[in-house]
Design a protein. Structure first.
Length: 486
């Protein structure tokens, strides 16, 4: 008989009781995971918000930034142990929930959680604040006077569920500015943030009780309205439609940060296609395209390949197709919905028809399934793809010549993965920055943004806080009231 394991996909402060639960069942080879989720009403959200705010005021806000970093690091260290029970649970259940390859989930979660170790968080803080202690107390300013930074009392986080683990970035940002959190997760992947907060509770239960993680269907006004009303700031991850729906509910003057739909691409210079380099370059590119099936905004949907290398752009497309096939054998693409499968078939049919009449287009596809698709174009363009390991490859005489095709989409641009010689780096980076790209990285690491990167070109912590200044002359003026002054 299969064993049954109960898994709660919500986490609330210990003083809060959830009266009703629903459940779903997920079957593995020998285990039935009983997924428990809360049945929520408007008053539950008000009650939750009040509780996390109280816990923030009475405890989280009293901690120093160094103490918060230490506690987050202790939770992270637990996840670096392969035998840690919550890590093992995540590695078993998240692939069943999402359909992603289990080994890929294991490797990516292990890599991602390292982003939040102490040394990375300290770098993150130093990136944004000259003096991180400004979050604890008034600190001297270079121009005179003193300043202190205050985070929102509560942040309402709206998470997407397409990439496991990314919710932790937003939660950690909130903790670093000493804000309580109400996190709304997607039912497509509601588990990892719950497990992470449980790890925090093992380190410091009072700290974890300043966070509530709750799944519900997006667009449920009965729940979203009180969450927004009870929070000083709102952070939204998801599609442009999701962002705009939530934005329309947020009153003017309330902090609103959004991370909507973005497109990333890669550029390969002729130098990266030398006889001793081209295989590694194409192998790394296939990995960037395949991790989490392009569901992340950091994943390339288009690739620009410069002519003049040891292999030409069409050969790059052919070899990329072969590498995607090899990667799929090792880490199979996740299941796709009927709508996603139809989008891939429509994408393929469109370019198959064009290829019949146009020698400048070639199509390479997996056999008998929709696991991967490569479309080769012999001139520059710019298009999105239906994702799920579908990509455009464009041939260009010079990489710089492709920028005019990309520039019209500047409001949607995210990352660019580069493979070219060092002497071209800064010139190309300057050109990419001027057309709206906000992250430039190496091919092979496109899905692994570093701690402290400027997400969508903005700050992370600075955009959340308010600064209170004590002007220089106030200090001097107050000296008059010192009874010991002469």
């Amino acid at each position: 008989m299969d064993k049954h394991i109960e898994v709660k996909v919500y986490r609330v402060p210990n003083t809060v009781v959830i009266d009703q639960e629903g459940e779903e069942r997920i079957q593995s080879e020998d285990t039935v995971f009983v997924i428990k989720y809360p049945i929520l009403h408007r008053e539950d959200i008000h009650r939750m918000a009040k509780e996390v705010q109280n816990n923030r005021e009475n405890y989280l806000f009293t901690l120093s930034i160094n103490e918060i970093v230490e506690k987050i690091d202790l939770a992270v260290q637990k996840w670096l142990d392969p035998d840690y029970p919550l890590r093992q649970l995540a590695e078993k259940v998240i692939p069943l929930m999402t359909g992603y390859d289990a080994e890929m989930v294991r490797l990516e979660l292990k890599r991602y959680i390292r982003t939040f170790r102490k040394k990375e968080l300290l770098r993150f803080l130093d990136e944004e604040f000259d003096q991180p202690a400004i979050l604890d107390e008034f600190r001297p300013r270079k121009t005179g006077g003193m300043s202190r930074a205050y985070g929102p009392s509560t942040i309402f986080h709206v998470f997407s569920g397409n990439v496991p683990g990314v919710q932790i970035w937003s939660l950690v940002m909130g903790l670093l500015v000493k804000s309580a959190a109400i996190g709304k997760t997607s039912m497509s992947e509601p588990l990892f943030p719950v497990l992470f907060v449980q790890s925090l509770a093992e380190v410091d239960e009072k700290l974890a009780d300043s966070v509530a993680i709750l799944p519900w269907k997006g667009g449920t006004a009965e729940l979203e309205e009180p969450a927004i009303q009870s929070s000083e700031a709102v952070i939204v991850y998801g599609s442009q439609e999701t962002v705009e729906k939530v934005r329309s509910q947020v009153p003017a003057g309330k902090k609103f940060l959004s991370y909507g739909h973005k497109i990333s691409f890669a550029m390969i210079g002729r130098e990266a296609l030398s006889p001793d380099q081209y295989f590694t370059t194409i192998h790394n590119l296939a990995k960037d395209i395949s991790v989490y099936d392009q569901q992340s905004c950091l994943t390339p949907q288009s690739v620009y390949v410069e002519e003049g290398g040891a292999i030409n752009p069409v050969q790059v497309a052919e070899m990329l197709a072969a590498e995607l096939e090899r990667y799929n054998l090792k880490h199979p693409r996740g299941k796709v919905s009927n709508e996603e499968a139809m989008a891939i078939h429509k994408f393929r049919n469109r370019y198959q028809l064009q290829a019949f009449d146009n020698d400048n287009i070639s199509l390479y596809t997996s056999t008998g399934n929709t696991s991967w698709t490569v479309v080769f174009h012999d001139e520059a363009g710019f298009e999105g793809s239906p994702l799920n390991r579908s990509v455009h490859v464009y041939a260009v005489a010079r990489l710089e010549d492709s920028l005019s095709s990309i520039k019209p989409f500047r409001s949607f641009l995210q990352s660019c993965g580069l493979a070219l010689s060092p002497h071209r780096l800064f010139k190309m980076a300057d050109l990419l920055g001027s057309i709206g790209v906000n992250r430039i990285c190496s091919i092979g690491s496109m899905n692994h943004a570093k701690s402290g990167w400027h997400h969508d070109g903005g700050f992370n912590l600075i955009d959340l806080v308010k600064i209170t200044d004590i002007e220089r002359d106030v200090e001097q003026y107050m000296e008059h009231y010192d009874p010991d002054v002469e």
